[in-house]
Design a protein around this ligand. Structure first.
Ligand SMILES: Cc1cc2nc3c(=O)[nH]c(=O)nc-3n(C[C@H](O)[C@H](O)[C@H](O)COP(=O)(O)OP(=O)(O)OC[C@H]3O[C@@H](n4cnc5c(N)ncnc54)[C@H](O)[C@@H]3O)c2cc1C
Length: 451
């Protein structure tokens, strides 16, 4: 079977949804391919929340556009608060199950065509131009032809399968940030959980962590992230060192982390007042990869760009989030929270021993308060690509820089601009690397985005 459309977006996560929405809104025929049977990416399949990266100050968000429309739609379905108040907070919590409904409605309203349960497995390229990709699904194999392709897989799968240069992790050992796993516990009696109970629970958890019995990197008792329901909390406390593009690491990681979730919940249920009647209400569809491949693009975002709050002429989005690197070795003991020069691990660490100068410093991890850095359009274009645009966390960025742009609001901003670029390239018949970025910026503004 062969399907042919103007623009093919692969991946229905924060960035891919934004791309498909933006170019469909402008009138392009868009096909969005997603391997699961629902949209949302890590926000739904990984239970990741809250949404981060949109906050600039109380007067103006750093990210609007698709994010704003998504929040407004999700609010209508009862899945989060209103945009007018939500953007003024550091994080936007939401209900991950409602989000599956609201984002699908939002895209269908713009006439985005969706193909679920389809995994892209190969690509045919001639002289830098993707001619077709292939998906595998229950119907068999399908060829998908398009004029423009947008890679929103998080892992740069399309760029990689097409032979465009990709890199992974730290320059000295290729290690990426630790994998993670978010889950939800419900049936919590919130009224019983006093400050004293929290402190006592944290003390017990700290001991289990130090003994290595629980692979938790913090002792927080969860919160409102991918849930807003009373008596339910989402927990982001686990780590597993592995490569998110290696199927064996993914498999062992899933097994290991599910076992950890069970142990962690059992501990809370048996030891912490308020959790007596609790139950695991939701496990993620898949383990979460914080970092995998980055494309080698026409420009590579650096740590310096972020901490200086660098602005560029070809800006297509604004980043504000800090450089948040979860220990690539997956360490959780010795209070190893962030990978920085100041890390207090007592165990041997090659980065601290031989590459300490490379590590970021805790004292300066992001732009100044009220400031932002530009995301240059060139970061979305793989070297040598004629019709592939890459969006989301896998754009061209150094290991340290990607640790900032990987959050969901920023990925949506990148996706939004990538979709507009795809439309312009198609409409004006101009190669993706020759687009006048002012035209992207003009449409972004019309669609309530920022750059
Ligand atoms: C443990 C953890 C905690 C995090 N915490 C936060 C947080 O609190 N707040 C925050 O804002 N961000 C957080 N993040 C980061 C954030 O979730 C991701 O970086 C972000 O979702 C990336 O968006 P994306 O669109 O690039 O990719 P994704 O969200 O990964 O979406 C990619 C989509 O593409 C699909 N796909 C992939 N490959 C293929 C293929 N070959 N064929 C078809 N479909 C494919 C996937 O199923 C998925 O739907 C966290 C990440 C992790 C792992």
């Amino acid at each position: 079977m062969v399907i042919e459309r103007d623009i093919i977006v692969v991946g229905g996560g924060p960035s891919g949804m934004a791309s498909a929405w933006a170019c469909a809104k402008l009138g392009a025929k868009v096909l969005l391919i997603e391997r699961y049977g629902f949209l949302g990416g890590m926000a739904t399949n990984g239970l990741v929340g809250s949404i981060l990266g949109h906050y600039l100050n109380e007067r103006e968000p750093a990210v609007g556009g698709f994010l704003k429309f998504l929040i407004e739609k999700t609010n209508k379905f009862g899945g989060c608060e209103k945009w007018d108040t939500a953007y003024k907070k550091g994080g936007i919590p939401f209900d991950s199950e409602i989000l599956k409904i609201s984002c699908e409605k939002l895209l269908l309203e713009e006439k985005v065509e969706i193909l679920y349960h389809s995994f892209v497995c190969s690509s045919i390229v001639e002289n830098g131009e993707i001619k077709e990709i292939e998906v595998v699904n229950k119907s068999g194999k399908m060829k998908i032809k398009g004029k423009i392709f947008i890679d929103a897989t998080g892992d740069a799968d399309i760029a990689y399968l097409s032979g465009f240069k990709c890199v992974k992790g730290r320059f000295f050992d290729g290690k990426t940030q630790a994998l993670g796993c978010i889950f939800k516990i419900a049936g919590i009696d919130e009224d019983k959980i006093t400050k004293r109970i929290v402190e006592e629970a944290k003390e017990k958890l700290r001991k289990l962590r130090e003994k290595g019995e629980l692979k938790i990197y913090n002792e927080e008792l969860g919160g409102k992230g991918s849930t807003i329901r009373k008596g339910e909390r989402s927990f982001n406390v686990l780590r597993y060192s592995g490569d998110g593009t290696d199927v064996f690491d993914l498999t062992y990681g899933e097994i290991f982390l599910r076992d950890q979730i069970y142990k962690y919940w059992k501990f809370l249920k048996e030891n912490v007042t308020g959790f007596e009647n609790s139950y695991i209400s939701c496990l993620p569809t898949n383990i979460g990869a914080r970092e995998t491949r980055q494309i080698k693009g026409l420009y590579t975002l650096t740590e310096q760009d972020i901490i200086e709050g660098k602005k560029t002429e070809d800006s297509i989005g604004r980043g504000t989030y800090w450089i948040d690197i979860h220990c690539p070795l997956g360490r959780t003991k010795d209070n190893v929270h962030l990978c920085t020069k100041e890390c207090s691990t007592k165990e041997y660490c090659i980065a601290l021993e031989k590459f300490r100068d490379y590590l970021p410093t805790k004292r300066k991890l992001g732009p100044l308060e009220n400031d932002y850095f530009s995301i240059p359009y060139k970061c979305l274009i793989p070297e040598g690509s004629k019709n592939l645009i890459v969006v989301g966390r896998c754009i061209s960025a150094e290991h340290k820089a990607m640790a900032s742009i990987r959050v969901m609001a920023t990925c949506m901003a990148i996706g939004h601009a990538g979709g507009i670029a795809g439309y312009i390239s198609l409409d004006k018949d101009v190669p993706i690397d020759k687009i006048d970025v002012k035209k992207i910026q003009k449409i972004l503004k019309e669609q309530e985005g920022y750059y």
